[in-house]
Design a protein around this ligand. Structure first.
Ligand code: GLV
Ligand code: MG
Length: 323
């Protein structure tokens, strides 16, 4: 695992706010919301005749600044269109130093990531930017992308996230439903998204990337959003898109550890560090209260602790070594 990959995988991305690049007013408002990431869209929320203007809006919004530690991403058009190269060149040449990631939608093969990686390197060299700083977010939105997700995740150290795009995905596999994220009627033997989410999650974890769930389109139904978000959060996903300010808080909550889990994780780390030390008796398996902890417990605790720390949580308990 490279240091670069580690740093990239630690950015908090519980809520990923989508903002149409064609809407300067919404671009201006987005940075005031408590989302971890803002992605400015040049793809499906922007009409073909508005694409050129949207690129300009996005460049202006990025250069205006004020994002206060949020991850700043731009979703370009996918590589089956003729817009992609201009999207990347115009945005990165003009606002590359104020941008964290390019999101590539409908990724189907590792070669598409190689293309973007090379183009970014060329622009960074030309402009005198730090080469390799701008990350890539890969959206998996069709069957071919899912089949190739391991190769996509490992195609470049720039890849930071693997994102599920449920709407396009449902269309790509002919799923018999128009309600994004909800179970297709007639499928009564489990969760129709389980395989897709798990497949994405395995690729993300195998290559130290973040796994991000996609949009929930019933934007007024915050309870529905929570229900669907809870599923991917329970599996291990790091965050989810938000399409409306009303969904931001729900995402931040659902993808953060609960306070008692966070406290517990920090206690395990402290206790394990103490008991494995000379002073603590150099033991590998010990009791913390009624629970036995060992190296595997430490690894599980590290995950929760990293998520809590990235989310800015504070612990409310401290470990005291026994007398
Ligand atoms: C998002 O892009 C989706 O297709 O769900
Ligand atoms: Mg899509």
């Amino acid at each position: 695992m490279s240091d670069q990959a580690t740093t990239r995988s630690l950015r908090s991305r519980r809520s990923n706010l989508a903002v149409p690049g064609s809407n300067p007013k919404m671009l201006g408002k987005a940075k005031g919301l408590p989302a971890d990431q803002i992605f400015m869209d040049l793809e499906d929320s922007v009409a073909p005749i508005a694409k050129a203007e949207a690129r300009k809006n996005v460049v202006a919004a990025l250069n205006e600044g004020g994002y206060d530690g949020k991850v700043r991403a731009v979703r370009v058009n996918d590589l089956t269109t003729h817009w992609t190269y201009r999207d990347v060149i115009e945005v990165v040449e003009n606002a590359g130093q104020n941008l964290d990631c390019i999101m590539l939608p409908k990724v189907q093969t590792a070669e598409q990531i190689h293309w973007l990686d090379m183009l970014l390197s060329q622009i960074e060299h030309t402009m005198g930017f730090e080469v390799g700083r701008i990350g890539i977010e890969a959206q998996i939105e069709n069957a071919l992308g899912l089949v190739n997700v391991d190769a996509i995740a490992s195609a470049s150290p720039r890849v930071e996230t693997i994102i599920f795009g449920p709407a396009d995905f449902m269309a790509s596999i002919n799923m018999k439903s128009l309600v994004v994220g909800e179970q297709p009627p007639g499928y009564d033997v489990g969760d129709a998204y389980h395989y897709i989410l798990s497949r994405i999650l395995m690729a993300a974890r195998a290559y130290d990337k973040q796994a991000i769930d996609g949009p929930y389109l019933q934007i007024k139904d915050v309870e529905g959003y929570r229900r669907v978000a809870n599923r991917s959060a329970a599996l291990g996903f790091d965050g989810k898109w938000v399409l409306h300010p009303g969904q931001v808080e729900a995402a931040n909550e659902v993808y953060s550890p609960r306070q008692d889990d966070y406290d517990h994780a920090e206690m395990i780390l402290d206790a394990y560090a103490y008991f494995t030390s000379e002073e603590g008796g150099a033991r590998g398996a010990v009791m913390l209260g009624d629970e036995m902890i060992d190296e595997a417990s430490r690894k599980m605790a590290l995950v929760i602790s990293a998520k809590g720390r990235a989310a800015g949580m504070e612990r409310t308990q401290t470990f005291t070594p026994p007398e």
